[in-house]
Design a binder for this molecule. Sequence first.
Ligand SMILES: [Ca+2]
Ligand SMILES: [Ca+2]
Length: 91
Amino acid sequence: MNFVQSIQNRVCACIRSLAVLVAVVASFAPAAFTLCHGNYNRDGGFDGGDIDAFFAAWEAGDPAADVNADGATDGGDIGVFFTAWEGGLCL
Ligand SMILES: [Ca+2]
Ligand SMILES: [Ca+2]
């Protein structure tokens, strides 16, 4: 293996590591990174679009809808979502 191949291999290994990191970060639910559950669709406002987005995720059992972060997407999340949404709160 010559010097150029060695550098190429290292760059490729670095890119693969970065791709793995991006995949890991992307696998987390968006809600896990936001403290602004009321603005569920992250458009900056608190409106019906957030309700639609929240319930679409909630009905699908999407972990992103686990807004109370108890590990389950269930009825407990609805109250937390509506409290944040009605108050325009970023908890
Ligand atoms: Ca919104
Ligand atoms: Ca939950």
